[in-house]
Design a binder for this molecule. Structure first.
Ligand code: ZN
Length: 322
């Protein structure tokens, strides 16, 4: 049989037949004109996990975006990943863990307060049949606005009215320190002020945990500093299965897994961010562990393999059954 290329395909009988076909009902279907809900479910042992899409931000970048690589190399990496040249493609995926005893949300999305193309978490919770009031515990990886703003709506109303909020103690200690706020450059001051908006009137609901401890049965926190001083990741264990919840250890893997040495302008300590990334990615690759990354393409779970120059993310295959 000759190989099928575009020319033979166009000349082939299949397409000719198609061109002559018509809708037997004779009616045009109305276009949906909106995306379907962003929900993906999977299991770790007996825990049921639900990845919920909050949206995407095409974050503008400049030639200062990567501190330790020429911008031409960055542009080349973006082009190879089919991404726009002057923006970082930044999707957001939150994770619900139903342990059977507790309903736990890990990171909370943007709350619709960062870009018009994100803020879908609330609708996707509804579509997934999850009542925000039923969430018992919110676990936070770090205090950047795309991870904490979903705690509240634009008018500072609580979205998860009954949830306790567990935050890494080193993250709290860094950002809630007014001396650090005063010393920060102007753009970072906005980040400090946003954290005070989110947390100052709900301190009684906030539990500070030390990385290395369990935040809930089956969810172990692991220190992962660099992106922020108290950035923390989580290992979810149930039965003989595990998942590493990587937070912002790397943002989009097509950029930062392939180039693990790159230090982004938004990493507070670039050297530490790179060391953390390699430590966790090496472990995940060696153990062939399932991982999820907050800024990985939806549904954000898959595996990491080590390559000659970095790592490659292999997306999980959609499973029709849990
Ligand atoms: Zn983030």
């Amino acid at each position: 049989m000759p190989p099928i290329n575009r020319r033979t395909l166009l000349a082939g009988s299949a397409l000719t037949a198609l061109a002559g076909s018509h809708d037997p009902a004779g009616a045009a279907a109305a276009p949906a004109e909106k995306q379907s809900p962003g929900i993906y479910r999977y299991k770790i042992g007996t825990f049921e996990l639900t990845a919920l899409y909050d949206g995407i931000w095409y974050r503008p970048i400049t030639d200062k975006f990567i501190r330790n690589a020429p911008f031409a190399e960055v542009e080349n990496a973006l082009a190879q990943a089919f991404m726009p040249a002057d923006k970082l493609t930044t999707p957001f995926t939150t994770l619900i863990v139903n342990t059977g005893k507790k309903l736990i949300l890990i990171d909370t999305g943007t709350g619709g307060q960062i870009t018009p193309s994100a803020g879908a978490l609330r609708d996707n919770l509804v579509a997934a049949g999850i009542n925000p009031k039923a969430v018992d515990l919110i676990v936070i990886s770090h205090f950047h606005p795309d991870h904490i703003n979903g705690i509240k709506d634009k008018n500072n109303g609580l979205l998860f009215a009954n949830a306790e909020i567990a935050v890494p103690a080193p993250e709290w200690n860094f950002w809630m320190d007014d001396t650090n706020l005063q010393a920060a450059p102007a753009d970072l001051k906005l980040t400090f002020l946003n954290q005070r908006r989110i947390f100052s009137d709900i301190v009684r609901n906030v539990r500070r945990f030390d990385p290395g401890t369990e935040v809930a049965p089956g969810i172990l926190s692991i220190e992962a500093p660099g992106h922020t001083p108290g950035h923390t990741v989580f290992a979810v264990h149930s039965g003989d299965q595990s998942l590493m919840v990587l937070g912002d250890t790397a943002q989009h893997p097509a950029v930062f897994a392939r180039h693990p040495d790159w230090q982004a302008a938004f990493d507070i300590d670039g050297d530490a961010a790179v060391a953390t990334r390699k430590r966790l990615f090496d472990r995940a690759a060696a153990d062939r562990m399932l991982v999820t990354g907050y800024h990985f393409p939806f549904p954000a779970c898959g595996h990491l393999i080590k390559t000659a120059t970095g790592y490659e993310h292999v997306a999980a295959e959609w499973q029709p059954k849990l």
